[in-house]
Structure formats: C-alpha cells, structure tokens
Design a protein around this ligand. Structure first.
Ligand code: PLP
Length: 405
C-alpha cells in the first residue's frame, strides 16, 4: 500500500495567499463594483522591458530555424548567461565568482526550497522571523523539524531569529549554533537590509562554526544605499560558508517567464564534503533549468539598453514605495522598509492583530495587503504593503488612509 510523506501533514492547512484570495473574493461577491486596490501579493505589474521582448522574439526565431534550433539546455545553464551574470553581478562588484559556480534555474523559489536536499536531516536550521515562508516549509516537508506548535505559531526544532523594531529588523546572532542559516536581505516582508559590517559578522560566525549561510538576494536590484552589500560574496570569507540565490522575477518582471540562479563556490564544503558536486548531481536528475529563449531574455537585461530599462522600472517601483511609506507616516502610522525593497512594513492600527487589520483595510478602505503574521510569529501586529502596483493606485491608496491612524 502506498503511503504518504507525513511531514506534509505538519503544515497548517491554509496557505496565506489562498486565505487572502478567499476573503477578497467573498468581499467582492458581497460588494459588486467595489473599487479594490491590491497592494498585497508580491507580483510585479509592469510589462517586460523592450530589450527583453526583443531578445525573446529573436530567440523564438532561432528555435524555428534548423540551423539555430536548440534542444535540452546544459544543466548549469548556457554559458552566455552565466558569463553575463559572473561579469555584471559579481566581477564588477569585486566578487570572485566564476561562471561555472553559477547554476541557472527556473527561479529562486525552487532553489531556496530544493537546496536543503543536499544537506543531512540532522542539520538544525535558523530563519529570520518574519520571513518568506518557503525556507521553513521546505524543511518541514523534508522532515527536518518537529510538529507545528499552534500556541507559539512555530515549528519545533527550528531556530527562529526575531526581527523586530528593536533590532532594526536585522536578527541578532543566536546563542545556539545553527548548521544552516537562512538570511534574506533585502528582506521580504520587512524591506530591511543588512549593512556590510553586519553581514560580515554572520560570515565570521558561520566560518568559525562550520555553518552554511543560505543567502537569498532576490531583491538585490532594489538596493539604493551604498553601504548595503548586493551579494554576500562582497564579504571576505563568504566563499567558504555561503550559497546565494538570485532571481530575475522582481528585478526585471520575470515572475511569469521564470529565471533565477544559485551560486555555489567550487571549494565550499559542509564538513569535509564539497557541495558543488552534490548540487550538480541534483541537477542531473532533477533538472529545473530554464528554456533557451528565457535564458536569452535574461542575458538581455545586462546589455546597456537592458540595464537602463531595468533601472527605470525599479525606480518606478521605488517611487511607489516612497509614496506609500511617506503617506502612511503622515497618516500617523509606524512605517519601515521601502527604501531598498519593494515592501513597506507597517504597524497595525490601534493594536489590531494582523488579520483584524487586513479585514479593516479591506472593508473600510477597500485596500488589500498582507497580514504580517503570515510570515512568522514576530510579524503579528504588522502588515505588508507592496510597491508593485501602479503609481496612481499607490496615491489613491494613501488618499484613502489620510488621517486614519
Ligand atoms: N525569495 C524571496 C525572498 C521572495 O520573496 C521570492 C518571491 O516572492 C522568491 C525568492 C521567489 O522568486 P522566484 O520568482 O525567482 O521564484
């Protein structure tokens, strides 16, 4: 008789964004014609830049031509894209990352989730709280955690590192030494960043203790302050203790196209074992690379034209973030994030729980956001708004919140 992986049953039933969709659908059915402004889900809204659509068209033509047709892509990804990534995202910033240390994939979500497969089930994991839920969920499914504790809203066996207003939403190094440390900066959902000297402390800690940092830099392109590192490899010694994830999703609107990459330095080890050959082997059997046409589209963001267009698009989102955060502040709210990330993290009104505030905003203001508690227990009492809407909607949302708190 077939049996299931019972670790899946440890996950609480309803996924955050399904719950939001359900509530919004119910409200829309009861209030047809309600003018709802959606600042909730972290999906982009601006179309692909012209440099990318041009590259896509060209690549489609190549695929329809016998001389230039391509079949299966190489496991690590095409060299043209890995060279462009190595030159532009690493070498130009003084980071020694070579093209053969870059594994191109169909996005950071799969990689952040799958990376734990190359580590033993006896590893302890540490995560920022609140944070993008995929790190914890994938470890739960793998069986690396205990059961979910309803009262504490935490999985047993996970080291949660609270990120609060008190520590600027940057975690303190834990007393207990974790084996795997997930760090996500700029952070989803708080929009907080780690300065270079702060990140260096984590690198030193990991090297000293033989831990591996799993560094999610999906929002790197939104960094606007000069003392914030774009990559963990800007810190000396990170090649000995860190894996990095990057995504084209928010950088260049690839949420629907799917493209990302993971960096594993060739000499990086867990104990005495090198990790690069393990991830390479994983790709040999569980390939999650991207199609040729998408890799050509990715290459296009590094051309002069592509870079200028990406900068313009990100500047537009950051302008929305500034409109929303300044508007909320003048309405009297406590507001964080938004300067180096597309996320604005706010304290709820009058001590409401995150879900109470969700209902309040939906019913009274017709604004949809994301309850902070959905990202971890320390997110309770907070709320996330995203800058991915239009400028017009960002302004209209703030108008509705004037004099609110
Ligand atoms: N990492 C973080 C922190 C994210 O917030 C997201 C998406 O929202 C991802 C990774 C997933 O990126 P991708 O679209 O490349 O799978």
């Amino acid at each position: 008789m077939a049996t299931i992986n019972r670790n899946y049953l440890k996950l609480p039933g309803s996924y955050l964004f399904s719950m939001i969709a359900k509530k919004v659908n119910e409200y829309s059915e009861m209030n047809p014609g309600a003018d709802i402004i959606r600042l909730g889900i972290g999906d982009v809204t601006k179309p692909l830049i012209p440099a990318v659509t041009k590259a896509l068209h060209n690549a489609v033509d190549e695929m329809g031509n016998a001389e230039t047709f391509r079949g299966y892509a190489p496991d690590l990804g095409y060299e043209f894209l890995r060279n462009a990534i190595s030159d532009n995202d690493y070498k130009s910033r003084g980071c020694d990352i070579s093209p053969d240390e870059i594994f191109v994939s169909d996005g950071a979500k799969s990689d952040c989730s799958n990376i734990q497969e190359i580590f033993g089930l006896d590893n302890t994991i540490a995560v920022c709280d609140p944070v993008y839920p995929v790190y914890v969920d994938s470890n739960v499914m793998a069986g690396r955690t205990g059961d979910y504790d309803e009262a504490l809203q935490r999985f047993k066996g996970v080291i949660y590192m609270p990120c609060t207003a008190g520590n600027g939403f940057v975690p303190e190094i834990p007393d207990e030494v974790p084996d795997l440390i997930y760090l996500c900066f700029p952070n989803n959902p708080t929009g907080a960043v780690m300065k270079k000297d702060q990140l260096r402390e984590w690198v030193d800690f990991a090297r000293k203790n033989g831990s591996i940092i799993l560094y999610d830099a999906a929002y790197e392109a939104f960094i606007s302050e000069s003392d914030v590192p774009h990559s963990i490899y800007e810190c000396e010694g990170a090649r000995e203790c860190a894996i990095e994830f990057k995504s084209f999703s928010k950088t260049a609107g690839f949420t629907g196209l799917r493209l990302g990459y993971t960096v594993i330095p060739k000499d990086l080890k867990a104990g005495t074992e090198r990790l690069w050959p393990l991830w390479e082997r994983r790709h040999g059997t569980k390939y999650n690379g991207a199609p040729y046409i998408v890799q050509r589209a990715g290459e296009a963001i590094y051309s002069d034209e592509g870079r200028a267009q990406v900068r313009g698009q990100i500047a537009g989102y950051l302008e929305n973030a500034a409109i929303i955060s300044e508007g909320l502040m003048s309405a009297g709210y406590e507001v964080y994030g938004g300067a180096n990330a597309p996320y604005i993290w706010m304290k709820t009104k009058d001590g409401m729980t995150s879900w109470e505030f969700f209902d309040y905003l939906l019913k009274e203001k017709q604004i949809v956001g994301t309850p902070g508690s959905g990202f971890g227990p320390a997110g309770e009492g907070y709320f996330r708004l995203t800058a991915f809407g239009t400028k017009e909607n960002s302004i209209r949302a703030i108008d509705r919140l004037k004099g609110d708190s």
